[in-house]
Design a protein around this ligand. Structure first.
Ligand SMILES: N[C@@H](CCC(=O)N[C@@H](CS)C(=O)NCC(=O)O)C(=O)O
Length: 202
């Protein structure tokens, strides 16, 4: 399998954490991809022009990160990160949607801040900040109940929080969300998380 990636993408991190947790990481070859390069050929694998994209051994191109993670989860015999059925499944998938959705808002906020100053919309940024804050508050209300559970939901949340620390460290999201902060401290110690700690390439 080949994974088209960029080093700081939190969605790519989600895929890599999933690959490590499922014991599949060694089967994945990495293909660095700069989606912002005008000459990038990422669209040959993902017409949406985004990473991650996974090329399977059969040559199928899979995207986006929830689909890739579900594919990886279908390839191993260990405990499923995406429960097969019942309320556990919907809980895990909804938590993934919440983690990913917080990230989507964070990415929109970051991209807006990178536009020429005259083109930026303060209202748009405020909307994304509100979504991020609401999402984090909601997660804080759930985190105490997670214990040691690891599903695709917790992985998505862990990757979102790690990326918030990288890009919006000054937000200090922990200040008003002690349960989430506590959970994240423990979750961050997982080998899959320490091995994928996000940092800007040198
Ligand atoms: N929903 C997608 C989001 C992927 C995404 O937004 N990736 C970013 C990198 S962090 C990207 O490639 N952006 C390029 C663009 O928006 O044109 C997923 O879960 O994989």
């Amino acid at each position: 399998m080949k994974l088209r990636f960029s080093p700081t993408s939190p969605y790519v991190r989600k895929v890599t954490v999933t690959a490590i947790e499922t014991g599949l990481d060694g089967r994945i070859e990495r293909v660095p991809t700069n989606v912002w390069d005008p000459d990038t050929d990422i669209a040959t694998d993902n017409p949406l022009g985004k990473v991650p994209a996974l090329i399977t051994d059969d040559g199928a191109a899979l995207y986006d990160s929830p689909v890739i993670c579900e594919y990886l989860d279908s390839l191993h015999d260990g405990a499923r990160l995406i429960p097969a059925s019942g309320s556990e499944r919907w809980r895990a998938l909804t938590l993934q949607a919440l983690g990913d959705g917080c990230l989507d808002a964070g990415i929109a906020r970051l991209l807006e801040s990178r536009r020429p100053e005259a083109e930026r919309s303060a209202g748009w940024v405020a909307r994304q900040v509100t979504v991020m804050g609401r999402g984090l508050d909601s997660l804080d209300g759930m985190a105490d109940g997670w214990g040691d559970t690891v599903t695709i939901g917790q992985i998505a949340v862990g990757c979102a929080l790690g990326w918030f620390d990288l890009r919006f460290g000054d937000d200090n999201w922990r200040a008003t969300r002690p349960a989430l902060a506590d959970w994240f401290e423990g979750f961050s110690e997982r080998p899959s998380m320490t091995a994928t700690f996000p940092k800007e390439p040198a």
